[in-house]
Design a protein around this ligand. Structure first.
Ligand code: KG4
Ligand code: ZN
Length: 335
């Protein structure tokens, strides 16, 4: 009998529910919260309220689209953390209540493990990679290089000491007047620009760690000074600014991934998180790093989604790795 899992994701600003059957996705519904667009970032209180409003219809849609009944669900997987506590609590409480109501097991999922393990979703086309591999988690909340020895045996070998890579996109986008999240618009606008037009410094950070806050300050100072000197600078140069910024961000990541490959001698790289949707990162990494296998997720599984939560649910279900009703949602949940 195939295993049917309902996955629930509510760690940040997307309310999502998905149904999987073994490693196949039957439905993956994502309600984006547009309420944050004008604030330049996620407002936690508004995020929790939007999750409260969305959770019931989103779960219902996921079940309807999968064309199953509630009694067909074998277990409920939910994001226990990390993330915004108020947001996590909405998905967590809903998952627990439904598991009591349906009398089925509950499965706790680590959001960052899920981004990497979304690689194991069957989508009919891509090849799967064997352990060990390097997981490169690049999102709005995290920037991590992880040595993945097995599904749930992961060691973080590098991470950011300040801002995440997604914040570098979003905060610099805000300086250019773009709405949140600006990663996708920077990606689009960069295609019309020259990435060699402006130069921004690459930070020097030890080992496999990252820093992005200096780049943001560097970018802000440069753009504001130029705008003062020649009003209209941002508008005139927006495409070149986006392309040069995106190139710098991808270069920071490129150097660290290259270093991680050298140190670990692992040649399979699995990417996860919203920034792994970036077209320049995808193209540059695949064409410039020779003899390395790069596995990027399908675009729909890059940003936050419940299909990745459900697939982890499936992997844990197979070993009866069930969660507890008294487990507390954890904003800083450790891997
Ligand atoms: O994984 P995600 O949905 O949420 C977190 O877990 O944080 O990642 C969201 C981040 C945002 O910073 C957004 O700007 C960025 O992913 N992002 C992109 C692209 N699509 C989303 N950044 C660069 N290029 C993209 N195409
Ligand atoms: Zn995420």
């Amino acid at each position: 009998m195939p295993v049917t899992i309902l996955g629930i994701e509510s760690s940040c600003d997307e309310t999502s529910a998905a149904v999987t059957q073994d490693n196949r996705v039957l439905s993956n519904i994502i309600a984006n919260q547009t309420v944050h667009q004008n604030y330049g970032g996620v407002v936690p209180e508004l995020a929790s309220r939007a999750h409260q409003k969305n959770i019931v219809p989103v779960v219902q849609q996921a079940i309807d689209k999968a064309n199953i009944g509630k009694k067909d669900i074998d277990a409920i997987a939910y994001t226990r953390g990390p993330g915004l506590l108020g947001s996590l609590l909405v998905g967590g409480s809903f998952a627990k209540s439904l598991s009591i109501g349906l009398n089925i097991p509950l499965i706790e999922v680590h959001h960052m493990q899920a981004h990497i393990l979304s690689h194991f979703i069957h989508d009919g086309s891509n090849q799967k990679c064997d352990f060990p591999f390097l997981g490169v988690n690049i999102s709005g909340g995290h920037t991590q290089i992880i040595r993945c020895n097995d599904y749930f045996d992961m060691d973080i070998i590098g991470e950011t000491i300040d801002d995440s890579i997604g914040e570098a996109f979003d905060k610099c986008g805000k300086i250019l007047g773009l709405s949140y999240p600006s990663g996708p618009s920077i990606d689009r606008m960069s295609k019309k620009g020259n990435h060699k037009k402006f130069y921004f410094t690459i930070p020097k950070v030890q080992e496999l760690n990252f820093s992005f806050s200096g780049l943001k300050t560097n970018f802000k100072r440069f753009v504001e000074t130029q705008e003062k000197k020649e009003p209209g600078f941002i508008q005139r140069e927006k495409y070149n600014l986006c392309a040069s910024l995106q190139y710098t961000i991808s270069e920071i990541l490129y150097r660290k991934v290259e270093k991680a490959i050298k140190i670990t001698n692992v040649k399979n790289i699995v990417y996860g998180g919203g920034v792994s949707a970036n077209s320049m990162i995808r193209e540059r990494f695949k064409s410039n790093m020779k003899n390395i296998n790069h596995y990027f997720p399908k675009l729909e599984y890059t940003t936050d989604n419940a299909a990745m939560i459900a697939i982890v649910g499936y992997l844990k279900y197979k070993t009866k790795n069930f969660g507890m009703l008294n487990a507390v949602s954890d904003a800083k949940y450790k891997m």
